[in-house]
Design a protein around this ligand. Structure first.
Ligand code: PMP
Length: 350
């Protein structure tokens, strides 16, 4: 082995959901929104002056940050934006998780958290979700170096009531607590209402799911000004120009279309309810879904077999190999037609 080979950093990367490039498929594997983004975002892209691409974008993303601040009714210095919430969370790990004590996140959760912790050399522990995949707040009361919890959780789709989140916050005033709200628009009350009370709370959001803009890569975080300042200092030490001009313009425009946004969410929730009822009729079992996906298993069928069977029919769902969840499939809510195709295929399964 050459010397340089001994010295490079080796990591086990996060495995993103498959992105097959087929024209005809039913893609229910990465929790994308089946409906197009707001027509106002499309209009902003059409009207975009490509000559402006000569110039670097605004490193502070002022237009988008101010629009987000107005949208959420907070001060602009409480908002941070990045290239999808993955970028925002990675920066947050580097900024806030700087202790010898382990950070905490659930044993079943978004698998990127452990990858970032490994990459940045942050020790971590994973309190177990209970038998129903619910969070037991008391498992987060011990000494720790920080906490990150998605609400609703992925891949379970379970929403924890704000009282439970607040209980965790009350017991952890000395560390930063991140609530990853990638799917909150399909669920219930947001932890945003707690940011004024808890200066150690950072709430992370994304345009990838409820705003149908996964391909644009826009994420953001809201927290007290001091938290946001620290996050920006790390960002500027890494890459000052994160969001590109087109993303800033399209993201800002999308925020002006509340009626469209609310209508798409209602459509997805209605399809979710119908999908849940049909899955139940077929004998699937699953926790009450609060996100734009359902985490289901069938007591008589293997998760891996169902995955392969659907795949052969160009229907993609997500499967995880971890022991505790290997019999489950995570099924994104698509259009009514896409769900119909899923059910036609499942009906054929012997
Ligand atoms: N958090 C959770 C819980 C997710 O499921 C995802 C989607 N993979 C993300 C964050 C990242 O989404 P994005 O980078 O597209 O904003």
């Amino acid at each position: 082995m050459k010397l340089w080979q001994d010295k490079i950093r080796r990591v086990t990367p996060y495995t993103p959901g498959e992105q097959p490039q087929k024209a005809r498929m039913v893609k229910l594997n990465t929790n994308e929104n089946p409906y197009p983004p707001s027509p106002l975002a499309a209009e902003a892209i059409r009207r975009f002056d490509t000559d402006r691409l000569r110039l670097y974008p605004d490193p502070a993303m002022t237009e988008l940050v101010e629009a987000l601040a107005a949208y959420h009714g907070v001060a602009a210095d409480m908002v941070f934006a990045g290239v999808g919430s993955d970028d925002v969370i990675a920066m947050a790990f580097q900024t806030y998780f700087n202790s010898d004590k382990p950070i905490l996140f659930p044993d079943v959760t978004y698998s990127f958290y452990s990858v970032w912790a490994e990459l940045f050399g942050i020790p971590y522990a994973r309190p177990k979700l209970d038998a129903e995949f619910r969070i037991d707040a008391s498992t987060y009361f011990g000494e720790n170096g920080g906490i990150i919890i998605p609400n609703p959780n992925a891949p379970t789709s379970i929403y924890e009531p704000l009282e439970s989140i607040e209980e965790i916050l009350r017991h952890n005033r000395d560390v930063v607590v991140i609530i990853d709200e990638a799917y909150i628009d399909f669920a219930g009350a947001s932890a945003l209402e707690l940011v004024d009370t808890y200066d150690n709370l950072l709430v992370v959001r994304t345009f990838s799911k409820s705003r149908s803009m996964a391909g644009m890569r826009i994420g953001y975080a809201i927290g007290c000004a001091e938290l946001i300042k620290a996050l920006n200092d790390v960002k500027y030490s890494f890459n000052s120009y994160t969001l590109n001009r087109l993303s800033i313009a399209a993201g800002t425009a999308s925020l002006k279309d509340e009626a469209y946004f609310a209508a798409q969410i209602e459509k997805i929730k209605a399809t979710r309810a119908k999908t849940a009822a049909r899955l139940k009729d077929m004998g699937f079992v699953f926790p009450e879904p609060a996100a734009n996906f359902i985490f289901a298993r069938h007591p008589q069928r293997r998760g891996e077999d169902l995955l392969a069977f659907l795949r052969e029919r160009d229907i993609y769902v997500r499967h995880f190999k971890e022991e505790r969840i290997r019999e489950y499939l995570r099924i994104t809510i698509g259009t009514e037609e896409e769900m119909e195709q899923l059910f036609c295929a499942l009906a054929e399964y012997q």
